[in-house]
Design a protein around this ligand. Structure first.
Ligand code: MN
Ligand code: MN
Length: 315
């Protein structure tokens, strides 16, 4: 059940850059966790560039190592993990076709009994992922973001990066009572998204409350909301302050620090996570590469969470 870690002992600038320097294995069969890129940003409202996120995160992820310095977990000892490549598209300029291709890709991973960890790409992609892996019963959601992404539409389009969790809720893929949205902030031209989340009973932790109660209390609240049931974890890097993650399409100042983000993710240990993603890393706005490094590091934190839960379920 362990991962071949031999490439991880090479000098980190060598070799073909897969996520975390895991083996490249296009077929998910036999894996526990699949690392997946979705290089798509056709649904952003403003600055494009997240299509370049997966490749840059693969490159920056070569800086990751194996053993977590707090939990001492080595996810590669616990689980068989591989980079299964990128979702490809039959018709990349047709949103309906894009949704179908992403859903089909993740359905194949899900059918193989493999947990997906995805690098984006814009946030619209999380909707077809949930269509693939949450179709049997609605799941809980831990969603870290500056934006609730529960708007109804933008410029006449219902499939875009500000609507995935509205669509997911309408399709009964997420349970509003088991949804927590963390880090929300920034002015809007309409309050539709905030209103929808609150009216449907989602727990919205605006950034001001986060700052007021602190990360420990946020963790407690998130765990209370999602409980023991199956839960998806979605991290939009614009939830972080742009000081730490400037390379993103819709930055909002006054956000979460990287230290808080790491503490928050570690605080989710033991949740029944069925998949996770890091989205909206936009390398064209990230000249130092730091946002991709941050995104890759968040992926590593998530990988440790997923590996531990899968290993526990096995025993
Ligand atoms: Mn956002
Ligand atoms: Mn988002």
């Amino acid at each position: 059940m362990a991962t071949d870690q031999s490439d991880m002992s090479l000098p980190r600038y060598m070799g073909i850059p897969t996520f975390m320097r895991t083996p490249y294995q296009p077929d998910p069969a036999g894996l526990d966790i699949a690392l997946i890129g979705v290089p798509y940003d056709g649904a952003v409202t403003n600055r494009p560039g997240a299509r370049h996120g997966p490749r840059e995160m693969r490159d920056q992820s070569s800086l990751m190592r194996s053993i977590h310095h707090v939990t001492k977990i080595n996810p590669y000892d616990l689980c068989k993990i591989a980079d299964i490549g990128d979702v490809t598209f039959k018709a990349i300029y047709e949103h309906d076709a894009v949704v179908r291709d992403i859903e089909a890709f993740f359905a194949r991973v899900h059918a193989a009994g493999v947990v997906p960890l995805r690098a984006g790409g814009d946030h619209s992609v999380t909707y077809p992922i949930l269509k693939a892996i949450a179709k049997d019963a609605p799941v809980g959601l831990v969603h870290i973001d500056a934006h609730t992404d529960t708007w109804d539409q933008f410029q006449g389009s219902k499939f875009m990066h500000g609507t995935p969790f509205r669509r997911a809720h309408e399709d009964n893929l997420i349970d509003a009572d088991r949804t927590v949205q963390i880090g929300i902030r920034g002015a809007q031209n309409t309050s539709d998204g905030w209103d929808y989340s609150l009216e449907q009973g989602m727990r919205v932790i605006f950034m001001e409350e986060f700052t007021e109660i602190g990360v420990k209390a946020v963790i407690e609240e998130a765990r209370r909301v999602v409980g023991d049931g199956p839960t998806y974890l979605s991290f939009d890097v614009d939830g972080l302050d742009p000081v730490f993650a400037p390379g993103t399409g819709t930055p909002e100042i006054g956000g979460i620090t990287t230290v808080e983000a790491q503490a928050l993710l570690r605080g989710l240990r033991g949740l029944d996570l069925i998949g996770a993603d890091v989205v909206e890393v936009a390398p064209p706005f990230d000249p130092s590469g730091n946002t991709s490094l941050v995104g890759a590091t968040l992926m590593y934190e998530m990988l440790c969470l997923l590996a531990e839960v899968i290993a526990e379920k096995r025993t």
